[in-house]
Design a protein around this ligand. Structure first.
Ligand code: PA5
Length: 424
């Protein structure tokens, strides 16, 4: 389970926060029910809808077949179509599973060359994931990789291609015409909310992640957030964010002392930035990779303008050990002798909380351990909290009208003609 701790002591803001949370708590009841207005985007609210036992079993079987035959699995996708899977794979991939190569998330020619370079002489499978198969990055990368596979494997190439797209889309047709495996992208979930569906789960399963455990973690979190009483942690977190936002704190730093969360930060940043940043409102999400970044942005946090609040992600269980031993030379680091880096890192976390909480609002979200189950918990927790936070802010959590603006200019410059009557 996830625990929320508040580190600041001032009683004055706690009273004001209490009445803010009380005044707005009707948003929780609305969100729990699921709102008609957002019906086409809330397929993630019930994990059973797109990650029931049968679907998970089929994904496990497909992943086992890929693991058996592939040296490299190329995940083609951008934003919500790759961030969840990448965050788990980068943290938990099992040894002996195919190398996961990422494509479709850049237009850099250098990156294309590097990506192709990783495939030479290896057995390749690819999975193109796109809800709207008009997105330039995955569309372009899929084209490049299909040609590459065709040249390497001839007619057998189609056996190595999987696409995840919406039913009735041009991507589904491409699969049907060419014999690629087609998996459904939930039509009632936007990309950034699709961790617990075919989108996130197949690549994770290929990397040896226990997706059954991950789905169980999400489902348990769903139960807790939908049935629990007034101390609902997602509501507490969402209302704390909005309370401090109303007091001028416009930036949230999600910070952690475990580098394995690096790519989870990217998922979290996308979730909150794309869901909340609308109508000239929103809390700007940034991430702090500690302790490294205490030596850079740490200065700004401690002494810069009071516009940032900080949410720490911490792991309760002592999971790894590495003991410091002396080499017998005088280097004045003897105070570390015999200490475990797990504990040294924990002391750095506690010291940072002590220092930063004198300056800014600081909370910790604590998870039991870093594993598939808790990733499932985190995905569901943050998705639900983000939805609540958007409701408190008065914005639609599920659209992203702002990202269309640059695309119009880009497509025009590249000479793209929009085909009438095509469902991309
Ligand atoms: O959350 C979202 O909806 C977006 O970030 C999309 O996931 C992202 O733009 C990729 O879209 P698509 O899957 O259509 O290529």
């Amino acid at each position: 389970m996830i625990r929320l701790k508040i580190h600041n002591k001032e009683d004055e803001w706690k009273r004001e926060y209490g009445s803010f949370a009380e005044r707005n708590k009707s948003v929780l009841a609305f969100a729990r029910k699921g709102e008609k207005e957002y019906m086409d985007s809330q397929g993630w609210l019930d994990t059973e809808e797109w990650a029931d036992g049968e679907r998970v079993r089929r994904l496990e079987m497909l992943a086992a077949e890929i693991r058996q035959n592939a040296d490299v699995f190329v995940l083609i996708g951008v934003g919500g179509s790759n961030n969840a899977a990448r965050s788990v794979i980068k943290a938990l991939q099992l040894p002996g599973t195919p190398e996961i190569v990422y494509a479709g998330n850049t237009l850099s020619a250098h990156a294309f060359n590097q990506m192709i370079g990783k495939l030479e002489g290896k057995s390749i499978y690819i999975n193109c994931i796109a809800k709207n198969f008009e997105t330039l990055e995955p569309g372009a990368a899929f084209r490049v990789l299909r040609k590459y596979l065709q040249e390497r494997y001839g007619n057998k190439a189609s056996e190595r291609i999987i696409a995840t797209g919406t039913a009735g889309s041009s991507l589904e047709k491409l699969c049907a015409d060419n014999g690629y495996v087609f998996l459904e992208f939930p039509d009632n979930i936007g990309g950034r909310y699709t961790a617990i569906s075919n989108v996130g789960l197949l690549p994770m399963a290929v990397a040896g992640i226990d997706i059954r455990e991950l789905v169980r973690g999400a489902a348990d979190m769903q139960k807790e957030l939908h049935n629990g009483a007034a101390d609902n942690i997602a509501y507490q977190y969402a209302s704390l964010r909005n309370f401090f936002y109303s007091r001028g704190y416009k930036i949230e730093m999600l910070a952690c002392f475990e580098p394995r969360f690096k790519y989870f930060f990217k998922w979290w940043i996308q979730l909150f930035a794309e869901s909340e940043g609308k109508e000239n409102k929103g809390i700007f999400p940034v991430a702090g990779e500690y302790s490294e970044e205490l030596h850079s942005v740490g200065q700004f946090l401690q002494d810069g303008p009071p516009i940032i609040f900080e949410t720490f992600l911490d792991i309760r269980e002592h999971q790894d050990s590495f003991l410091m031993e002396t080499d017998g030379k005088q280097d004045y680091f003897d105070y570390l002798d015999g200490k475990d880096f797990w504990c040294i890192n924990k002391e750095a976390y506690k010291a940072t909380v002590a220092a930063h909480s004198r300056k800014m609002p600081c909370f910790t979200l604590e998870i039991g351990r870093l594993d598939a189950y808790h990733f499932g918990q985190l995905f569901y927790f943050f998705q639900f909290a983000c939805y609540l936070s958007c409701k408190l802010m008065g914005v639609n959590a599920f659209n992203q009208p702002g990202v269309e603006a640059y695309k119009t200019w880009m497509f025009q410059a590249l000479g793209k003609q929009r085909e009438e009557g095509i469902k991309y």
